[in-house]
Design a protein around this ligand. Sequence first.
Ligand SMILES: Nc1ncnc2c1ncn2[C@@H]1O[C@H](COP(=O)(O)OP(=O)(O)OP(=O)(O)O)[C@@H](O)[C@H]1O
Ligand SMILES: [Mg+2]
Length: 163
Amino acid sequence: MMWQTRSVGSAETERLGEALGRLLKAPAVLELKSDLGGGKTTFVRGLARGMGSPDTVTSPTFVLNNIYHSKVEPWKIHHFDFYRLSEPGLLSDQLRESLSDPKVITVVEWSRIVKDVLPDDRITVRLQPTAGDPEERDITFEYPESRSDIIKKLETEWITVKP
Ligand SMILES: Nc1ncnc2c1ncn2[C@@H]1O[C@H](COP(=O)(O)OP(=O)(O)OP(=O)(O)O)[C@@H](O)[C@H]1O
Ligand SMILES: [Mg+2]
């Protein structure tokens, strides 16, 4: 299943992430896809805030993965980025651990080398620049039936939070 919307500017992408962060409960898996600088980490910044986390969201480049704790929910986000790795190695073991932890929302950027590890029950978010404005992104959510309730809610909420 699929839902597509458009964001104009990073603040809007963050707000969309934030709306999903308010709705999503652990366990859950989010796969983020775009070219370099497409807005994946920006989306995660909103996601963490929506879950109630005061933690700073950065690209997990020099650490294995970033963890964002929530002040209100009993779950947390594990944020992975496989961009620099040609071989998943130790990070793949960490990913497996996250995926088996019911208290974790697992978020993955540059998932290509671990795509066999990711479950079918995941939401894939694709960000694509549009032909015109460099601040515009077409954002597509691909999801299984089991996640259709949450995406419907996101769609409804987006109408009210999108300016
Ligand atoms: N609509 C938009 N949504 C998200 N980011 C946008 C948008 N318009 C412009 N930008 C800019 O694009 C950049 C996105 O950077 P970000 O780190 O989120 O991308 P990324 O996909 O995580 O990159 P990488 O592949 O390097 O991890 C930021 O500089 C942001 O300000
Ligand atoms: Mg990133």
